[in-house]
Design a protein around this ligand. Sequence first.
Ligand code: FES
Length: 106
Amino acid sequence: MPKIIYVEQNGKRHEVELADGVSLMQGALNNGIPGIDGDCGGECACGTCHVYVDNSWLDKLDAVGDAEASMLSFADAAQPNSRLACQIKMSSELAGLIVGLPEGQH
Ligand code: FES
């Protein structure tokens, strides 16, 4: 299974394997990654799955949708590489993807 790397603000890395089609939000919950709550269950309605995508991976992701862009506009500490983890589905093309966790989400 493809691997993803979640990185906490303090630099602690969590490497986990996720099956194809599993969202990065669900993968974080399944593996006890701190800082991802996923309160809305992946409906793009809570913003508690905010992550920073490593810049080298940004162009490999699907474009930000309208609902995601709206939620991100309310997110604390949003950056140009901010995404919602529930909107990114794992695939073999994303093996090795690195995402950072915002400080305020812990
Ligand atoms: Fe609620 Fe992603 S889990 S917006």
